[in-house]
Design a protein around this ligand. Structure first.
Ligand code: SF4
Ligand code: SF4
Length: 189
């Protein structure tokens, strides 16, 4: 179908009514409360529960919490996570875990900030932070390696030592009560 182009009237050809209409909108908004933000000097305060970029965290003794189980890599919908396991070599510096990843990469260009990795992690080693401003000069810079992820994640003070908490929860249940000890006994803490 051919759409007929409507001829402008004399009044429309003047453009002055349109300019005046634009001025009216500007004046109307001039006295209203400003909603724009002078980014990056002014930063948006993200709400509680906001899902930003996923980073790795350390425990309060500075140890890598990730045990390289690769569950997050498996569950990640856009396959943004790539983990290189340590192999058969035993890492003596792991402390409370049996192994750590040799390399752990997250491609932030692929990540959709869904939070599945955080949900599935048995060690509470990966968390979606509040970081929404990720920049890089090229694609390679947007692939965050283990050291960068750990540096950005920092030490997670709130949810450390998950298994000790789990142990306490288990001990609080009658079925796990050790023989001869009262419910909720804390001897192994
Ligand atoms: S937040 Fe979602 S997309 Fe991003 S790394 Fe985790 S599982 Fe993958
Ligand atoms: S971050 Fe968590 S789920 Fe992913 S490999 Fe490490 S321990 Fe496993």
């Amino acid at each position: 179908m051919i759409v007929q182009r409507k001829n402008l009237s004399f009044w429309e050809r003047l453009y002055l009514p349109a300019i005046w209409g634009g001025f009216k909108v500007t004046v109307r908004h001039f006295f209203k409360k400003k909603v724009t933000m002078q980014y990056p000097e002014e930063r948006w305060v993200v709400p509680e529960g906001y899902r930003g970029a996923p980073y790795l965290v350390r425990d309060q003794e500075g140890r890598t919490k990730c045990v390289s189980c690769q569950l997050c890599e498996f569950v990640c919908p856009p396959r943004a996570i790539k983990i290189t396991p340590p192999g058969p070599a035993v890492d003596p510096g792991t402390g409370n875990v049996e192994k750590r990843p040799r390399e752990f990469e997250i491609n932030m260009l692929r990540c959709i900030f869904c939070g599945f990795c955080q949900e599935v992690c048995p060690e509470e080693a990966i968390f979606l932070m509040r970081d929404y401003s990720l920049t890089g000069a090229n694609r390679k810079e947007m692939i965050y390696d283990k050291e960068k992820l750990l540096a950005l994640g920092g030490v997670h003070q709130d949810r450390i030592q998950k298994w000790k908490r789990k142990q306490r929860e288990a001990e609080a249940q009658e079925v796990f009560k050790p023989a001869g000890q009262p419910v909720g006994h804390d001897a192994h803490r």
